[in-house]
Design a protein around this ligand. Structure first.
Ligand SMILES: [Zn+2]
Length: 240
């Protein structure tokens, strides 16, 4: 996975992309009643952000952060766009089944996400990522008990098309403990910025993002209630 770069360099690039490219757009979106879900695409060779955006579900329920980012990426002139196979796809939330398929269809080999499904379900009260994978894609094999079915992964994180991992997992590969602490503190702080600080419990955030969470500071925005996020997404889902 982007073998030419150290885990620390890769993580730094992702954190910078989140901080400099995604969060400013999130603040604008949330200020107009949108939800904080975004994505960016980075060049594997330079680790620079090629495209970054947030969801546009009010234009279309299919324009999640990831699918909207894919759309914007392919709207770039070919001379300004590296091949998808030479890019890293970063998503603020573990992508739903729609977006996983979009990433597979468009050929991004590396997927890194910040918040896992469980966090989106528990803190954002949006269980549909998990529910759709279970209800639509998970087929019971003969002899499967409920426990066996429940224990089965929701999707192949390492597959023919891409390899997915979380930012917390990537952090574990950083060997220098001081660097690990610094990077962990940075992305957890930005995670709080991304999702808003008032409504989301610190313990839950810590569980989702790994680490002890000590010294996590609260930033000023975008302060949006998870209840509002849930409401907006529910109405979108109902419309869809
Ligand atoms: Zn999605």
């Amino acid at each position: 996975m982007a073998a030419q770069h150290s885990p620390s360099a890769l993580l730094t690039a992702i954190i910078n992309s989140l901080q400099d490219k995604i969060i400013p757009k999130t603040k604008t979106l949330v200020a107009t009643g949108g939800s904080p879900f975004g994505a960016s695409i980075l060049s594997q060779s330079t680790l620079k952000t090629v495209t970054a955006t947030v969801n546009a579900y009010r234009d279309s329920p299919l324009l999640h952060g990831e699918t909207n980012c894919i759309r914007e990426f392919f709207e770039l002139p070919p001379e300004h766009r590296p091949d998808a196979s030479a890019c890293i796809f970063f998503s603020t939330h573990e992508p739903c089944s729609l977006c996983l398929s979009g990433i597979a269809w468009t050929g991004f080999p590396i997927l890194i996400f910040l918040f896992p499904y469980e966090y989106t379900r528990d803190a954002g009260a949006i269980p549909e990522d998990i529910e759709i994978l279970k209800e639509v894609f998970r087929v019971r094999s003969p002899g499967d008990t409920e426990e066996m079915l429940a224990a089965r992964p929701l999707y192949n994180r390492k597959n023919k098309f891409f390899e997915a991992r979380s930012v917390a997992e990537l952090l574990e590969e950083v060997e220098d403990e001081e660097e690990k602490g610094r990077l962990g503190g940075r992305y957890r702080r930005l995670g709080r910025c991304m999702m808003g600080s008032r409504e989301i419990g610190r313990r839950r955030m810590r569980r989702a993002l790994g680490g002890t969470g000590t010294g996590v500071k609260v930033c000023s925005g975008p302060p949006r209630s998870s209840g509002v996020v849930r409401e907006v997404f529910r109405s979108t889902l109902q419309k869809g």
